[in-house]
Design a protein around this ligand. Structure first.
Ligand SMILES: [Zn+2]
Length: 314
């Protein structure tokens, strides 16, 4: 008997979540066991090739980290912020990573990695992370709304991420919820992002609290301060509109609310649920649970690894 074939090779995957200032990476088994984690810098004004070199170095470091466990690297997945053309893997616009605009990231990394590579945008990998090991575990029909500095979005139907013609589908943050509302960074008016992002919470708090973070506003609300409670009540109202629209469009089993503002879920859940009930068909409403994200800051890197696993046929 061939000795080599008698040795069971265990595979692992690396997921990288590339944001505007840092990237997070982890090594994970097909069962979801995290073997190692690393992070690095992705300075927004930094050189693309320097960041790619740092990512490749981190892949090598993670390989070394898990070498003793006998696992072999099967594939690498990347999730990154921005408007990413898929499946081509070309960055069309990345406000938080301006030097990456126009870069063929898929080609750049594929040429330098000696294992299969797959990529997605950051909201899509966050949804995949939550559907694999988090709040939407095992579900096939899921909507994700990450409430960060901006507001993203991702939709999974029948277990597959909804991409649209060029991969730009699911930009829930730029759905209009106030027809004559505030102008958005995207050029439109009254986008969801203008009312429920961390930036929006801080802006709404400014007249009462001065320059503060959305986390500080959440703390004030938990102390029972009326102005802060009112801000999160408004967040819930607008999210209720958005969730009703998403529920009517996609009939999901679950809508996951993530990101920094998502951590204040308890402060806006009640108005969200009430407005959603008022504005969606009962049959649709009864099928869907709205829940806070469960994977925390590793959702993106876990989802990126899971995406690589799915793309390479595991
Ligand atoms: Zn917009």
């Amino acid at each position: 008997m061939n000795v080599r074939s008698a040795i069971q090779t265990k595979s692992f995957y690396i997921g990288v979540d590339l944001g505007g200032t840092t990237f997070k990476a982890l090594a994970v088994t097909p069962d979801g066991e995290i073997l190692a984690r690393r992070s690095g810098q992705s300075q927004a004004d930094g050189d693309v090739h320097a960041v790619v070199a740092a990512i490749l170095q981190t892949v090598d470091t993670l390989r070394a980290d898990v070498a003793a466990t006998g696992h072999e690297l099967a594939a690498v997945g990347l999730g990154m912020a921005g408007i990413i053309e898929l499946p081509a893997g070309i960055v069309r616009r990345a406000p938080n990573l301006p030097k990456w605009s126009g870069v063929d990231v898929r080609d750049l990394l594929r040429r330098q990695l000696n294992v299969p590579f797959a990529m997605e945008n950051d909201a899509n990998v966050a949804l995949l992370g939550e559907a694999w090991l988090g709040a939407a575990h095992g579900l096939q029909h899921v909507v994700m709304i990450p409430l960060g500095t901006g507001v993203g979005g991702a939709v999974m139907i029948d277990g597959a991420i909804l991409h649209g013609a060029k991969g730009f589908a699911g930009e829930i943050g730029h759905m209009v919820v106030e027809p004559n509302g505030r102008q958005c960074v995207c050029g439109s008016y009254g986008c969801l992002e203008q009312y429920v992002s961390g930036t929006a919470v801080a802006r709404l708090a400014q007249p009462h609290y001065g320059t503060v973070t959305s986390e500080a506003v959440a703390q004030a609300a938990r102390r029972g301060e009326a102005e802060a409670l009112d801000i999160f009540h408004r967040v819930g109202w607008y999210l209720g509109i958005a969730c009703a629209n998403m529920a009517q469009l996609f009939n999901p089993q679950c809508i996951v609310i993530g990101g920094g503002v998502g951590e204040a879920f308890d402060l806006f859940h009640e108005p969200l649920q009430r407005v959603m009930r008022e504005r969606s068909m009962l049959e649709v409403y009864e099928q869907v649970r709205v829940v806070p994200a469960a994977c925390g800051p590793v959702a993106g890197s876990l989802g990126a690894a899971y995406h690589a696993m799915r793309e390479t046929g595991q």
